[in-house]
Structures are given as structure tokens and as C-alpha cells.
Write a protein that binds this ligand. Structure first.
Ligand SMILES: Cc1cc2nc3c(=O)[nH]c(=O)nc-3n(C[C@H](O)[C@H](O)[C@H](O)COP(=O)(O)O)c2cc1C
Length: 169
């Protein structure tokens, strides 16, 4: 495919297995930069981030989700939050968070890294906030587990396009 953007969209996969190589801080910042260039309603940029690479913190976070093996395997994690004080519309701000996270996932792939969007961890968001030392002025949207993928042949499927199109008028 010659269209770089479409090709990145279609080739992105959730990566859940990583080598032990660390992720450069510059790469983590680039991933966040890609996130903050997502659109947001009124350009309110409601997203906030916590970068986690410390082994001890990763071990603590691993206790908050069924996906502890992924959290433990990933040398870096980014917790993505919405800043409640910056929010202006529940739905639109959550949509902006989704756009931000997808930008981040695409940036990850473009840097030859791999990531998975962890949502199950939200069930224990109060505990996550406690571990990360953030107050309740921010609301956890996701944790991205990031690393150098140890394999890149993951398959994924989607239903046929027509399944999703309600009408052509
Ligand atoms: C809101 C949301 C929450 C998710 N939560 C998890 C999760 O907790 N654990 C996990 O392994 N994958 C999680 N995923 C990744 C999905 O399982 C994955 O995107 C889906 O199976 C499609 O695979 P693909 O990303 O490789 O195309 C989540 C994805 C989204 C968008």
C-alpha cells in the first residue's frame, strides 16, 4: 500500500509481548506529543499523562488488573487521564481521549514499538490513582503498555464493511 496513513491504520495491532529492552524517554514523549495533537472539542486538550518506567511502580500496577502479565512484561506504561477541570462536555471529552489514545497507538507503531490499550484496569482506577499519586481531579481513561514487540505477526479480524453501514441513501 502506498498510502502511509492508511497503511499505518491497517497494520497497527495490539502488541502484548515485549522484549526486555527499555523504551527511550524521547520515544515516550513523542508518543504523548502525537496524542496531544489529536482533535478536542473547543481545542480544550483535556488529556493528562503519567509516564511509568519504574519497576516497583509497574509491579504495583500489575496487581490492579487481570492483565498483570502484560503490565509486568511492558518496560513502559503511560496512564492517560482526563483533567476534570478542563472538561466541558462528558461525551465530547471522552471522544477526545479516544482520539488521543489512537494517535498514541499509531505513533508507537511508527517508532517500531508495540503497545496495547488496557481498559480492564479501569475497574480499579482508584487504586491506580493511589499508586500513581494523582488526586481525583483526573479521571483514568486507559493505560498503554508499551515496549519493543517480541513478535509482530499478530492477526486480527473485522466484520465485513457492510455489517456496519446502516444505510446508503
Ligand atoms: C477501550 C478498549 C479497552 C481495551 N482493553 C484491553 C485490555 O484490558 N486488555 C487487552 O489485552 N486488550 C485490551 N484492548 C485491546 C483490544 O482487545 C484490541 O484492540 C482488539 O481485540 C482488536 O485487536 P487489534 O487492536 O490488534 O486490532 C482494549 C481496546 C480498547 C479500545
Amino acid at each position: 500500500m502506498t498510502n502511509d496513513i492508511l497503511s499505518a491504520l491497517y497494520q497497527r495491532r495490539s502488541r502484548r509481548e515485549f522484549t526486555e529492552s527499555t523504551v527511550a524517554v524521547e520515544d515516550l514523549e513523542e508518543i504523548i506529543r502525537a496524542g496531544i495533537w489529536a482533535p478536542s472539542g473547543l481545542n480544550n486538550q483535556p488529556w493528562r499523562f503519567v509516564i511509568i518506567t519504574a519497576e516497583e511502580t509497574r509491579q504495583q500496577l500489575a496487581t490492579t488488573t487481570h492483565y498483570s502479565h502484560i503490565v509486568l512484561a511492558a518496560p513502559a506504561l503511560i496512564a492517560v487521564y482526563l483533567d476534570k477541570e478542563s472538561m466541558y462536555d462528558e461525551v465530547k471529552d471522552h471522544q477526545a481521549a479516544g482520539a488521543c489514545i489512537q494517535n498514541m497507538l499509531l505513533a508507537v507503531e511508527s517508532l517500531s514499538l508495540g503497545a496495547v490499550w488496557l481498559g480492564q484496569i479501569l475497574k480499579q482506577k482508584a487504586r491506580v490513582n493511589e499508586i500513581l499519586g494523582v488526586g481525583d481531579t483526573v479521571d483514568l481513561m486507559a493505560v498503554l503498555a508499551i515496549g519493543h514487540p517480541s513478535q509482530t505477526n499478530q492477526q486480527s479480524t473485522r466484520k465485513e464493511l457492510n455489517h456496519f453501514i446502516l444505510k446508503k441513501m
